[in-house]
Design a protein around this ligand. Structure first.
Ligand code: PMP
Length: 358
């Protein structure tokens, strides 16, 4: 029996996609082999790559001025690759830091170039995104980096930060393809696939082509120019993950695209936040106007009750609710593929647990 899966990543995948994969795992139609057994330079794989790329392009409304890459190394490698490629010749990057992943992105960038902290909400315990007043932007910066959804704290930017026209770089690992974006504001978006768009082992990088100029000083594999020129086929990519990303994109389209995902995410997250707000037993972690639609973080009156809740949930087939070890508490990750029904079961459990233990 499939469980109610609240894992933070790798995370739930759409059941119809998994069923297609199971059906095609041994033999893709007319090809006589699995996607994992075919050359990445073959015509059939080219069609699979094209299917994934065009799925992302259609969903986000990307024009030809963006390249879509499928790379290795996770979102973590992009913490380094982005500044390595972009902070050349004295260029400067601004970082908005409002959670654990933003801290890491900035620390890695500072090893590569002139990366500066333009805002940091650590003094507010990373419960919210920074206000404009507490942000000091460098008008001459090459980019402003932000983490659209901080997976650990459960803090999400309700809309893009305002930068006065400086292009955004976004770590969208935990909310990519969950809502429409104002794409013209972005120079680069990156995301590990393993939360909202596929299995682990592939990173989607969407980058303005003007940011992919060759730089002979960079290691070949670390240069966006290499992967843009070779359409992610300079080396052997994660062919299976790319295949699944194509299927997930089509599943998203079948449910109304990014608007459909946004409505679905709001309905799901509101169910849990309403349950939190109705009770004194549950305390939401994030400030209300920075609440994440993807990772709902909350606390109970004691760590013992939190452990008991996670255990009782697991016994009832609700998996992955324990908060990240660095912040504790509970976290329900409700990415695109998590069904509203799973959320209803969770809210029911919350009610019952409070009735017995509150
Ligand atoms: N950024 C965010 C927002 C994340 O949630 C994660 C993974 N949880 C990462 C970066 C790191 O991603 P990866 O494991 O793919 O390197």
């Amino acid at each position: 029996m499939r469980v109610h899966n609240f894992n933070a990543g790798p995370a739930a995948l759409p059941l119809p996609v998994l069923e297609t994969v199971r059906h095609e795992l041994i033999e893709l139609p007319d090809l006589g082999m699995s996607v994992m057994e075919m050359s990445h330079r073959s015509q059939p794989f080219d069609a699979i790559l094209e299917r994934a790329e065009s799925g992302i392009r259609r969903l986000l409304g990307l024009a030809d001025d963006f390249a879509v890459l499928f790379l290795g190394g996770g979102a973590s490698l992009q913490f380094s690759m982005a500044p390595m490629n972009l902070l050349q010749n004295g260029a400067r990057g601004d970082y908005l830091v409002n959670g654990s992943w933003g801290v890491k992105a900035l620390a890695e960038a500072q090893k590569e170039g002139a990366a500066r902290e333009a805002a940091n909400t650590k003094s507010a315990a990373f419960r919210r995104v920074p206000t404009r007043e507490e942000t000091s932007l460098d008008a001459g910066a090459k980019y402003v980096h932000f983490t659209s959804n901080e997976t650990i704290e459960g803090v999400q930017w309700p809309r893009e930060p305002q930068t006065g026209g400086v292009p955004l770089i976004c770590d969208a690992s935990s909310d990519i393809l969950s809502r429409p974006l104002d794409i013209q504001k972005y120079g680069l978006i990156y995301a590990g696939a393993q939360k909202n768009i596929g299995p682990s082992g592939a990173t989607v990088v969407i980058v303005k082509k003007e940011w992919t100029a060759p730089n002979p000083k960079l290691a070949t594999m670390l240069s966006y120019a290499t992967h843009a020129k070779e359409r992610s086929l300079y080396n052997t990519p994660n062919t299976f993950a790319i295949y699944m990303i194509g299927l997930v994109c089509e599943w998203i389209e079948s449910l109304g695209g990014l608007e459909g995902m946004q409505t679905r995410a709001a309905q799901k997250s509101n169910l849990i936040y309403d349950a939190i707000d109705r009770s004194d037993f549950y305390q939401g972690f994030a400030d209300k106007d920075s609440r994440s639609q993807m990772n709902v973080t909350f606390r109970l009156p004691s760590e013992e009750l939190e452990a008991q809740f996670a255990q009782e949930a697991e016994n009832a087939g609700l998996i992955g609710l324990k908060g990240h070890r660095s912040v504790g508490g509970l976290r329900a990750s409700i990415y695109n593929a998590v069904e509203p029904e799973s959320v209803r079961v969770l809210v029911e459990l919350m009610r019952e647990f409070e009735r017995v233990n509150g």
